[in-house]
Write a protein of this length. Structure first.
Length: 165
């Protein structure tokens, strides 16, 4: 699997991967992102800023995620520079099963460690026990819960130095 920043020319690909994941969750009555939230026009600034990454298997898109150096919306109480943040992890269904997601998290933790960050952080809907269990099994520790707009999220962090490379 190759993970690299998404180019601006790949904005539509990132959008399609995000929407496939969102649609799958909606069909299971676990809505996550609205279509408007993941349209190319909604994400293009973050893609252009280098925050979105694409993971490819055999040269084909398999997953995407957003990796950023700060998250003032979900983590306004964080010490600046102590963590990197991973969001919008989306894996195409044909690659579902845990291997790709683990590799994405390993990559992000290794990058955070290389950047000198103490933690890799993420958040998820607090009422998603299977997702929370997956993060905990990977090694993330529940930090706290927080209301972010209309969402009640569980915030997690992983000690970057303890993550498997």
């Amino acid at each position: 699997m190759l993970i690299a920043p998404a180019s601006t020319a790949e904005t539509a690909v990132v959008s399609e991967v995000l929407w496939e994941a969102a649609s799958w969750l909606q069909r299971r009555e676990m809505p996550l992102w609205r279509r408007a939230d993941v349209e190319p026009t909604a994400i293009e600034a973050d893609v252009s800023s280098g925050y979105y990454f694409l993971a490819r298997v055999g040269g084909k898109p398999a997953a995407t995620f957003k990796y950023q150096p700060e998250d003032p919306v979900t983590w306004p109480d964080a010490v600046p520079g102590e963590a990197s943040y991973i969001h919008r992890i989306a894996i195409l269904r044909i690659y579902a099963g845990g291997v790709v997601s683990s590799k994405l998290l390993q990559w992000a933790a290794a990058r955070a460690r290389a950047e000198g960050k103490a933690f890799l952080r993420l958040d998820c809907d607090s009422v998603r026990p299977r997702l929370r269990a997956m993060y905990e099994q990977f090694g993330f520790v529940h930090h706290s819960d927080r209301q972010v707009g209309p969402f009640h999220v569980a915030r997690y962090q992983l000690l970057a130095s303890s993550a498997a490379a």
